[in-house]
Design a protein around this ligand. Structure first.
Ligand code: HEC
Length: 188
């Protein structure tokens, strides 16, 4: 009997070791995740705002359509991670959430509705991969393409968006709304 308990204890400790992180490790990945999401946001929004200045939504929407994923993938390679932006209200189906991402989005949505702070999350999965999740909120600049139809989002821009993304539902947001999450998977 004792033997069984010892074996069970050993097995449990192995499982626990593989699926938990020390607080030092957590801090390290929180820092890395923040650095990567900030670099990606800077790159995406810098390019986007430049296109908006050059020609407004008619120029910036096709730019996002062609460049958002390649830019994100390029930065993913640089940091040896997979960077994803996802949401419960998607524009591009290529950004569809996984089951875990849906659960994280729901968790943030609840906190947002309760007016609580949305903090980044670091965790390890059953394949021993580390993940970083952080909320994405909208600012006034985002509303030209994600805002309320016929207010900040013109019907003209909306038709252009729908011609590229017929299933788009990423509209009717307000300034400061919770839009979705960053999801980073570390390769090591
Ligand atoms: C010029 C129009 C435009 C503006 C301004 C804009 N977006 Fe988008 N957004 C898009 C397009 C187009 C896509 C789909 C890109 C793709 O193919 O991945 C998109 C996709 C996204 C996604 C990925 C999830 C999904 O639904 O596919 C997030 C998150 C997002 N936008 C947030 C923002 C935020 C935050 C801002 C402001 C900082 C912003 N957007 C400003 C056009 C815009």
């Amino acid at each position: 009997m004792l033997k069984y308990f010892l074996i069970l204890g050993l097995l449990l400790s192995i499982v626990a070791c593989n699926t938990s992180m020390s607080s030092k490790e957590k801090q390290e990945y929180l820092k890395k995740g923040k650095q990567i999401t900030q670099a990606t946001f800077k790159e995406l929004s810098g390019n986007l705002m430049q296109q908006m200045k050059l020609g407004g939504p008619p120029q910036a929407v096709p730019f996002c359509n062609l460049q958002a994923l390649p830019i994100t993938n390029q930065i993913s390679k640089k940091f040896n991670v997979t960077i994803k932006r996802t949401s419960d209200k998607l524009r591009n189906s290529k950004n569809s959430p996984t089951k875990r991402e849906i659960a994280i989005i729901k968790q943030y949505q609840k906190l947002f509705e309760e007016d609580k702070e949305l903090l980044p999350i670091v965790e390890i999965d059953s394949y021993n991969k580390k993940h970083y999740y952080a909320p994405i909120k909208l600012n006034a600049k985002c509303l030209a393409c994600h805002g309320e139809l016929r207010k900040q989002l013109s019907t003209k821009t909306d038709s252009l968006i729908k011609s590229l993304y017929p299933e788009d539902i990423a509209i009717n947001y307000k300034n400061g709304d919770f839009r979705g999450i960053w999801s980073i998977e570390f390769k090591n």
